[in-house]
Design a protein around this ligand. Structure first.
Ligand code: ZN
Ligand code: ZN
Length: 373
């Protein structure tokens, strides 16, 4: 069903077509011909918003109140460029309304509101003149939505030292963002560094165009929030930003070696996550069950998380109930005194010099959460 209306309906009602009132200069044809005022509309109203680079699909209708068949008559669409479409022919007539074929127009790459005009020029026939009519319509051209992320922020950083982060940007419509500029703004609002996105996405899981950016940590100890920014680049993409936080520490002067062994077998425990807090220092044990962390002097809480998948066929007990592993269970390494609660190792140390901490843990089979027995 047609929607919208031409803007000439009132003119038609206000201009009396009576022949004897016409000015003397009117031509003979004009005096004898009937004048019809057509109305213009769309089969479907154009959208209010179009993304830059997008298209408008329009089908126009022309209706003469007297029911004239205007097939073959042509329309023009005008926009910021003088003429967008010319010779748009009415190809269908259903007895009341004439219709054009659908037409697709690429929106000019200019942001903001645009007003276009559909023009139905005057058509002079032998007995009937169809008067010129026009229809304006407006829409807003918007940039593509974008989003960004920052990762590999391996805080804390030593005061005044260089560090590197990865900044990624994605267009919601999947444009290649390679070559676009990104900047990093520090906590005082100054540009700390800038970079250019590469031509390939980071990974299937992180489909962002990315670049590594080198930065220099502030000279003071503390916590900081900086902002990675994708500034309005090309008029086609929305700007966006991403805040990331990190902390700085004094230069490390102590090496802490943590060595993990299985109390029952004497084997080293590899691939365990070892942390020192409150500022997070993090590492993983090697095949020898060892990891070295470099920290400033101070008091630290040492935390150890270690687990591995249990092989099938090991006998164990839950309470007094004997069980055999079926391949869904984990062996969790905890201090012997935590064998019941399975609470990971955690203890506080004062670190004032290079220190080696040896920890013996026991491997306890943790039953699967969804127990189907
Ligand atoms: Zn007509
Ligand atoms: Zn895009």
């Amino acid at each position: 069903m047609p929607v919208g209306n031409g803007n000439g309906q009132t003119d038609y009602n206000e201009s009396p077509p009576a022949v004897d009132e016409r000015p003397d200069g009117a031509g003979v044809d004009d005096l004898s011909a009937e004048r019809h005022k057509v109305s213009l509309s769309f089969v479907q109203a154009p959208p209010d918003e179009v993304l830059v680079g997008g298209e408008l699909n329009l089908t126009l209708c022309v209706q003469c109140p007297s029911g004239c068949d205007l097939t073959g008559h042509t329309l023009t669409i005008k926009g910021p460029e003088p003429i967008l479409i010319d010779g748009l022919e009415l190809v269908e007539f259903d007895g009341k309304v004439g219709k054009t074929a659908p037409v697709t127009i690429k929106v000019p790459p200019k942001l903001g509101e645009q007003t276009w005009t559909v023009l139905c020029p005057e058509a002079v026939g032998e007995d009937i003149i169809h008067e010129e009519e026009s229809l304006d319509f407006s829409f807003t051209v918007k940039p593509h939505p974008t989003s960004m992320a920052v990762w590999n922020v391996n805080s804390p950083f030593v005061v005044g030292e260089d560090f590197e982060i990865i900044v990624g940007v994605k267009c919601g419509l999947g444009c290649n963002m390679g070559g676009q500029k990104v900047v990093v703004i520090d906590h005082e609002g100054n540009e700390a560094a800038s970079g250019q996105l590469g031509d390939e996405v980071y990974s299937a899981a992180l489909d962002l165009y990315w670049t590594a950016i080198k930065l220099k940590a502030p000279d003071t100890v503390g916590g900081f929030i900086w902002t990675a920014k994708f500034p309005e680049p090309d008029g086609h993409h929305h700007e966006c930003d991403y805040h990331f936080s990190f902390s700085t520490t004094e230069p490390p002067d102590c090496e802490v070696t943590v060595k993990l062994t299985d109390k029952e077998t004497g084997d080293p425990i590899a691939n365990a996550q070892v942390t020192l807090r409150p500022k997070l220092y993090i590492g993983f044990t090697d095949e020898e069950g060892e990891v070295r962390l470099h920290v400033p002097r101070g008091e630290y809480k040492l935390g150890i998380n270690a687990a591995k998948q249990a092989p099938r066929g090991i006998e164990y007990k839950i309470g007094e109930v004997p069980r055999v592993t079926r391949g869904y269970e984990y062996i969790v390494y905890v201090p012997p005194e935590n064998a019941e609660s399975l609470t990971p190792f955690e203890r506080t140390y004062q670190i004032d010099e290079d220190t080696t901490i040896e920890v013996e843990l026991v491997g306890i089979i943790e039953p699967p959460e969804e127990d189907t027995l």
